[in-house]
Write a protein that binds this ligand. Structure first.
Ligand code: GLC
Length: 699
């Protein structure tokens, strides 16, 4: 039940200046669990507010939680209903851990294939990103927890993230970088987090036009804008520019002390020299404490603006039942969440190639090979890290499912994974047998019916990958195993696009991203055919040089500025418009079924019906994709086609289904000094990827 705004108005009248200030900057959580904390004002019945990360699960220090698959794996399902369910599950676990606001979802567009946080984001396509942002927010907020879509806006790289300025056109902002946030706001998000970066010369924490005119003005956002941690660039500029809440409000030492983490712990936030370029100034905090009180007293910040900041925070506290009126009940059924995490991991697994080797027969003798096979790949480095409630490694998952012999060999040393919270170095490898060697892996491969080689990258917040190649000698390991093995399946556990130089030398390739705690469980269900690999690529896979961001000014930028000169030609839009070569295109993914597209019928200007048949003996899941191409435009060059709609459907063996696909306005509008309807008639391409078109019709 929401406290009427009159009551909030009454509270505002009773709050002293000092108490208002306490409600707009963070303090350290006495319980040591939350990453962001407001102490509240007990005198007036305003309770504490606790904020915790993150997009992959709830990080409440000292308390494990369900480690869901990476956001990019969730997007690969092309099924936003799963995002709604994951959001609700994370919301329930947040409530169980006395957390009121979840610092997710990450909705930045995947512009740069190297970005260290791609695993926390959804896609290179703004419409797919928007669908998942909205569903995730709905799920989180359905449990009376405040969602925090981040990092507003155009925070698409980690290199110099706290100082870089993004030079981007309004058209690209409106058509590519803002839609995910608008969808989250339209879905009722109670907060939005600003990025560390600047846009067109102004730091996001003080960006009047994008915060006041667009977010709060045009979109009518009535929640609070919270800074990224140590991302508040000024007191007066930020307060008057539209920032409402400064986090963490305390300096790093106080923050780590609250977590009980010794600065000496290896890999601690900012200690690692590789991260130095991507770290904010963690010594600067409290800009919305005394300095803001002084700015209000001097008139530099009108008291009415401070009241608006406080009102926005109180309104969200009221909305989730914190100001009296009780909160919805919640029950975190962790067994159900474990099943959901496994289902999402399997549905997000993309079968890139399969030359009659998958699914495996139950009695196959399997060699499981790779540096990370003894530990579930629950995520990358950074604020999204959480301790998994339970985790199943690739070896354990396959051994638990197979009837044949299962051997294991790491082949090469573990891939170092940076951790923000210490303990990042790898003790795990030490207790799993002799020093790894490619020779031992080759021996295991030679003796088995099939080899399953699991390879990984190791992305982290605060740094971008320095190449799209797999780290360490993993490519060499794959080639050696492929030479020796009767049949070779490679499972890629990556943060985003990686180069796969051996893809023609192996029989099957699965991309499972960072699959979360159910790693081995989900992998086994897909390998042995209990589940169809339902995923499709939410990003284009290609050689590094083929992306539009190949080139210093475009990434990582020069002299503190990164040029988004490609405009809205991001991802497949660029590959289509420039005939660039994709190894595997956006939307690509195979199934254990095979699909014949029979017909497409236009229902109305935003709906089509597609009929397809599964001609295989096995049930399968198909993701029907509809791309819209406007009539030849006389104006600005447009992307040849844009994803307009998609639908994931299960099709039993030999059956025919008809699915309705809703089409999103975004694919029919362009931004050129205001939104305009693109010129029709539109050609609608219906198929199973940006390149594999099966039917077409006209709208
Ligand atoms: C980090 C991240 C942000 C996270 C916050 C709190 O620096 O950029 O995503 O939610 O700080 O950990």
């Amino acid at each position: 039940m929401e406290t009427a705004s009159a009551d909030i108005g009454k509270l505002l009248q009773e709050l002293t200046l000092d108490e208002k200030i306490r409600l707009v900057h963070g303090a350290s959580d006495p319980s040591g669990a939350a990453t962001g904390y407001l102490p509240g004002v007990e005198r007036l019945g305003i309770p504490e507010l606790r904020l915790a990360d993150g997009p992959l699960g709830v990080r409440s220090h000292g308390e494990p939680a369900t480690a869901f698959p990476a956001s990019i794996a969730l997007a690969a399902t092309f099924d936003p209903e799963l995002a709604q369910r994951q959001g609700a599950a994370m919301g329930r676990e947040a409530r169980e851990r006395n957390i009121d606001a979840l610092l997710g979802p990450g909705v930045n567009l995947i512009r740069v294939p190297h970005c260290g946080r791609n695993f926390e984001y959804y896609s290179e396509d703004p419409m797919l990103t928007s669908a998942f942002a909205a569903s995730m927010v709905e799920g989180i907020q359905s449990t009376d927890v405040i969602a925090t879509p981040k990092h507003y806006v155009a925070n698409n790289q980690e290199t110099q993230r706290a100082s870089i300025d993004v030079d981007v056109s309004e058209a690209a902002l409106r058509e590519c970088y803002l839609p995910g946030f608008k969808a989250a706001v339209d879905a009722g998000s109670g907060s939005v987090m600003t990025g560390y970066n600047g846009v067109n010369g102004t730091p996001m924490s003080e960006h009047r036009r994008l915060l006041l005119d667009v977010l709060k003005g045009e979109w009518g956002f009535d929640g609070y804008v919270v800074s990224d941690w140590f991302g508040t660039k000024s007191t007066v500029g930020s307060a008057n520019g539209g920032l409402d809440l400064e986090m963490p409000g305390i300096d790093r030492e106080e923050m780590w002390e609250a977590f009980g983490i010794e600065e000496s712990d290896d890999g601690v936030f900012g200690e690692d020299e590789d991260l130095s370029e991507g770290m904010p100034d963690t010594g600067r905090s409290g800009l919305f404490a005394e300095p803001l009180a002084e700015a209000v007293e001097s008139g530099d910040v009108p008291e009415s603006r401070l009241d608006d900041m406080v009102e926005r925070v109180l309104r969200q506290m009221s909305r989730i039942g914190l100001l009296g009126g009780g909160r919805s009940s919640h029950q975190a059924d962790e067994a159900a969440h474990r099943t959901l995490a496994k289902r999402i991991a399997a549905r997000g697994t993309v079968l890139l190639k399969n030359e009659d080797v998958l699914p495996l027969s139950d009695d196959a003798d399997v060699a499981v090979i790779g540096p990370g096979i003894h530990e579930a790949k629950t995520g990358g480095g950074g604020s999204s890290e959480i301790e998994a409630l339970n985790a199943v490694s690739a070896v354990d998952g396959i051994r638990g499912r197979a009837d044949g012999d299962v051997s294991d060999a790491r082949g090469v040393p573990e891939i170092d994974q940076v951790s923000f919270f210490g303990g990042g170095e790898d003790e795990r490898g030490s207790d799993v047998g002799p020093e790894p060697s490619i020779e031992a892996a080759v021996d295991a491969a030679s003796a088995a019916d099939v080899s399953v080689v699991v390879v990984q990258d190791a992305a982290t917040e605060a740094a971008d990958r320095d190449s799209l190649q797999l780290p360490g000698d993993q490519d060499e390991l794959v080639e050696a195993v492929a030479d020796a093995s009767a049949r070779t399946v490679v499972v890629v556990q990556s943060s985003g696009p990686v180069e796969l130089p051996w893809r023609d030398d192996v029989d099957a390739v699965l991309e499972s991203w960072y699959p979360g705690q159910s790693d081995g469980d989900a992998l086994a269900t897909v390998l042995f055919g209990d589940a169809d690999p339902g995923g499709r690529l939410p990003v284009t896979f290609a050689a590094e040089s083929e992306y539009p961001t190949d080139g210093a000014a475009a990434f990582p930028g020069r002299d503190g500025t990164v040029e988004y000169d490609e405009g809205y030609f991001v991802g497949y839009r660029h590959f289509d418009a420039n005939d660039a070569e994709a190894a595997y295109p956006f939307g690509h993914g195979l199934s254990y079924g095979t699909f014949a597209y029979r017909s497409v019928d236009v229902v109305d200007d935003r709906r089509v019906q597609v009929t397809l048949e599964n001609t295989a003996e096995r049930a399968g899941r198909e993701v029907i994709q509809v791309y819209a191409s406007p009539a030849e435009s006389t104006g600005a060059k447009r992307p040849p086609r844009e994803l307009a709609g998609f639908e994931s459907v299960h099709v039993p063996a030999g059956e025919t289904v008809t699915a309705t696909v809703d089409l999103d306005d975004l694919a029919f509008r362009g931004y050129d000094d205001g939104w305009t309807e693109l010129e029709g008639p539109f050609e609608l391409a219906v198929g199973r990827s940006a390149e594999d078109v099966r039917l077409s019709t006209e709208l």
